[in-house]
Design a protein. Structure first.
Length: 455
């Protein structure tokens, strides 16, 4: 009898150990936050799928954009909930036999069985369209941008490592774009390497003093006198020469460099504004562009106050202008309203950039403590040829007047555009018709008298 009891106890202990081992093995292969398979399990599943493959198979990596900003603005617990709901939404969009995993912080992996390029494209488009809808979490409507990179078997490889790497290359080649997907092509490898090199060089540029600012005049439409200057960053690359913001700002955004770069830009603009004021060059504002990643950074206001103190710049005296794009403000309008009021209380004038290209609600526009709307250059370019653009510009100026806001037309290049904008009641003009971006030492002469047309 004792022997049977001892045998039963040993069997029970063995079964318990087996059960614990299975639970540990299950936990080791799962992402704790979402419950999805993790990267190791995804790799194993892909290897097995390739061994059993009879038809085409596709690997899709889906990357989230904006999670860092959500964590900064609302806390990690909200970011975690966004990830859980992202996993749940993806699950509802995939066929039953597909494999979904969370590979790392903001990247999900998908294995689509018996799927060639056409079917993978359909799935990718469905996913991107579904994520145009926000997540409703704790009273916030939160958007995340998605991009997807896709590799195919057997075309892009027949082992798990190659397919994951190639999907990763396709995904990385899209940074910082969102709302798009891309299939792997061999030439993408070269482009990704070039972007990574530029990212490395940009880190060094901040240390080596390779960045510099130029200032584009903004003139009053009625008097043609200088009203403000917009600070624009340039990069004097040691090998590639002078680079425009379009060539490196997206790289800075994707690499998380906008906060240190933005601090440098704001500090230089403040120093220059003080220098102009002390030399007697006054009567105009200095506008500085602020990205949403800067606004959302938990140290932004602290950094801003420190820069004002160290440079001696004063928002009230120097009338520094913060320029923020419409799409950035509308990503989380409630949060944006609070942040804008924090800046307004510090004495900053506030301008909404690229107005007309986003999805502003007039109710929110009324609540934002703005001073100026900048009409997007796309509408200005077509003023002479497109009646719809004419109507849009008319409408923007009308809305601004109703809200007691000023308007700036950017990208004005022809006398005809200037004449039309003046007749419509636009307050300020910016563009090559009056002046390109200038070195700071050329601004004092520009401020002395009305600017002639550069025709």
């Amino acid at each position: 009898m004792l022997l049977l009891e001892e045998l039963a106890a040993n069997i029970s202990l063995a079964l318990t150990n087996i059960d614990q081992a299975e639970r540990l093995s299950h936990l080791a292969s799962r992402d704790i936050l979402t419950g999805l398979p993790n990267a190791a399990r995804f790799h194993d599943s892909l290897s097995m799928a390739l061994k059993l493959r009879r038809n085409s198979l596709s690997v899709m990596l889906v990357g989230l954009q904006g999670l860092r900003d959500i964590n900064s603005a609302h806390g990690l617990h909200i970011g975690d909930q966004v990830l859980r709901e992202t996993a749940a939404r993806l699950n509802t969009l995939l066929p039953e036999q597909a494999t979904l995993a969370r590979l790392r912080s903001s990247v999900f992996g998908i294995i689509l069985h018996d799927n060639g390029a056409d079917q993978a494209s359909i799935h990718a488009q469905n996913i991107l369209e579904a994520f145009q809808q926000p997540f409703a979490i704790n009273g916030h409507h939160l958007y995340v941008g998605l991009r997807a990179g896709i590799s195919l078997a057997p075309e892009d490889g027949e082992d798990a490592d190659a397919l994951i790497q190639h999907a990763e290359t396709a995904l990385s080649s899209l940074r910082p774009q969102v709302g798009q997907f891309r299939f792997y092509k061999p030439e993408l490898q070269r482009r990704v390497k070039q972007r990574l090199q530029l990212e490395h060089d940009l880190h060094a540029a901040l240390v080596r003093d390779e960045l510099y600012l130029v200032y584009q005049p903004v003139v009053a439409a009625k008097t043609r006198r200088l009203s403000s200057v917009e600070a624009l960053v340039r990069w004097r690359h040691p090998k590639l020469g002078n680079l425009s913001p379009a060539q490196f700002i997206p790289v800075a955004e994707a690499a998380g460099l906008m906060m240190p770069m933005g601090e440098w830009i704001l500090k230089q603009a403040c120093r220059q504004a003080v220098k102009w004021e002390r030399s007697g060059t006054t009567g105009f504002k200095v506008a500085v562009n602020i990205s949403v990643s800067q606004l959302r950074h938990p140290r932004f206001l602290e950094s801003l106050d420190a820069i004002l103190e160290s440079t001696g710049a004063s928002p009230e005296h120097l009338a520094l202008v913060m320029e923020i794009t419409e799409s950035e403000l509308m990503e989380d309008a409630e949060w944006a309203t609070e942040r804008l009021y924090q800046l307004k209380r510090r004495g900053f004038a506030l301008s909404m950039d690229d107005f007309g290209t986003g999805y502003s609600s007039l109710a929110y526009l009324k609540r934002f403590p703005l001073d100026t709307l900048k009409i997007d250059i796309a509408f200005i370019r077509e003023l002479e040829t497109d009646p719809v653009s004419v109507s849009i510009v008319h409408a923007i100026i009308g809305v601004a007047r109703a809200l007691n806001l000023h308007t700036i037309a950017e990208g004005v290049e022809t006398p005809e555009q200037f004449t039309r904008l003046s007749a419509y009641g636009c307050d300020f003009i910016q563009g090559y018709l009056f002046a390109p971006a200038l070195r700071p030492d050329l601004i004092p002469d520009t401020a002395r008298s009305p600017l002639p047309l550069q025709v």
